[in-house]
Design a protein. Structure first.
Length: 230
């Protein structure tokens, strides 16, 4: 259990290091079930196992956008939904209405059909997503061919933010369960934000750090509870 916590802390530390490098202006780093019943020790020993870097593919948003048949979503409607969802979130309270209006200019809004993999596990991506409407499954593909459902992302939830910051591999596969509207922030646009609106970028990254910290705490608590049952 201590080893799992240490790995999680190291990953979080690396992500925060990359976040700080961006703020300093440094160059950016380029319904599923398992197929069979497995014992707990095997499950936990492989659930978080990283794959070799040679298996990682770089999939930028433009390539993914074409593959998933994403269509433009009404920008005014998308902006209104995004502002409503994030404006009421205590973790992004620093994003005041004027700041929110400026931040939205750096986003792209799309509509994606059901059963589309918007993020692939082990890929290296250059974008993060915010669910505006719909439902997205977050699954961890297992070496024996099954899937472990980690979460279901709903309106207001973020996907892929860690890879956006550290250019690392995606931890899970994210698939739309029904038609879903998404806000997209690409790495290039984040760099533009940092250069053009440094105070706004700081507010956004601070909010992102709070969300990541909260998520890490939830994962640690969940792992502790599961491992203590063994």
């Amino acid at each position: 259990m201590n080893n799992v916590r240490s790995q999680g802390s190291a990953s979080a530390a690396q992500t925060m290091k990359k976040l700080l490098e961006r703020l300093r202006g440094g160059p950016p780093d380029g319904r599923a079930t398992t197929a069979a019943v497995v014992d707990d020790s095997r499950f936990f020993s492989t659930l978080f196992m990283e794959r070799h870097e040679d298996t990682q593919l770089s999939v930028p948003w433009k390539a993914r956008q074409a593959d998933i048949q994403a269509q433009p979503f009404d920008r005014n409607r998308g902006a209104d939904i995004f502002a409503e969802l994030w404006g009421s979130d205590r973790l992004v309270a620093v994003m005041t209405p004027p700041n929110m209006g400026r931040f939205i200019q750096y986003l792209e809004f799309v509509q994606v059909p059901a059963n589309q993999e918007v993020i692939g596990q082990d890929e290296q991506g250059d974008y993060m997503l915010v669910v505006l409407d719909g439902l997205v499954a977050v699954d961890r593909l297992q070496p024996w061919g099954g899937r472990a459902r980690l979460a279901e992302a709903r309106p207001g939830d973020m996907l892929g933010e860690m890879s956006l910051l550290d250019a690392g591999a995606r931890f899970s596969a994210c698939t739309t369960l029904k038609p879903t509207a998404l806000a997209v922030l690409e790495a290039g646009r984040l760099d533009d934000l940092i250069r053009e609106e440094p105070q706004l970028a700081l507010a956004f990254l601070a909010s992102l750090a709070r969300r990541l910290s909260l998520r890490l705490r939830h994962v640690s608590a969940r792992l502790s509870a599961l491992l203590s049952q063994g």
